[in-house]
Ligand binder design. Structure first.
Ligand SMILES: [Mg+2]
Length: 233
């Protein structure tokens, strides 16, 4: 029986993705809207893919309704181009991640899931290339909501439907590399484990007060212990 729900962010937490992601988004937007907007210089960290598209095109002067009209097509083109162009060499599996997922997946009390600003198809492709996608039977993605803070409840409901378990806040752990992940944990009053393998330093993340903060996941045993600890932040 599952007693613990552990939700992982993707970029900066499990993997690092090279410049292919930004290039593919720029090309998709140029194909669909005729401009890449501010894609080249935009901060993507912890943001929802859908929101990023609105922001970068808004910066180029496009109105929300103009963006909305072609949004579904832009998403399809982006996902298609990403799957076509991203190579295993574009994805770096972060230190300790495979060992950590191996360890967690052996424990029958743990249900693993994804909580990410990626669209599901491109996000899962980022995990398929280093062969870690199979660890995650479900998730909540950018396809499901526009605001990242809406994702935790969606993930929780999916977990309940899958397993029949009503996970209580003390049984939920959200793991990510940005303040946005920490905020998501707060929405559910869940425990947040932050990791400084993305674009934010230990100091920057500490300012947002995650329950636990790791430099990376190299010390697998310590991370597992913190995940299994039932204690509020
Ligand atoms: Mg991230």
């Amino acid at each position: 029986m599952h007693r613990k729900l552990v939700l992982f962010d993707i970029d900066g937490t499990l993997v690092k993705v090279g410049s292919v992601n930004r290039r593919v988004l720029a090309d998709a937007l140029i194909e669909v809207y005729g401009t890449e907007g501010s894609t080249g210089r935009h901060d993507f960290s912890g943001k929802m893919d859908g929101a990023i598209i609105y922001e970068v095109l808004g910066n180029a002067g496009l109105e929300r309704h103009e963006i909305a009209e072609k949004f579904d097509r832009a998403k399809d083109v982006y996902v298609e181009l990403f799957r076509e162009r991203a190579r295993p060499s574009d994805i770096t599996l972060l230190e300790g991640v495979r060992e950590l997922l191996d360890e967690l997946s052996k424990r029958s009390e743990i249900l693993l899931g994804l909580l990410t600003g990626n669209f599901e198809a491109s996000g899962r492709h980022k995990l398929k290339l280093p062969a870690i996608d199979h660890y995650f039977p479900f998730g909540a993605f950018a396809d499901d909501a526009f605001e990242r803070t809406d994702l935790p409840r969606i993930a929780l409901e999916r977990a309940r439907r899958m397993t029949g378990t009503n996970f209580s806040p003390t049984d939920i752990v959200i793991i990510g590399d940005t303040e946005h992940d920490i905020r998501c944990a707060r929405v559910l009053d869940a425990r947040c484990i932050a990791v400084a393998t993305g674009n934010f330093s230990m100091e920057e993340l500490a300012a947002h007060k995650p329950a636990v903060l790791f430099k990376n996941f190299a010390a697998t045993g310590d991370v597992v212990t913190e995940i299994l600890t039932t204690q509020h932040s």
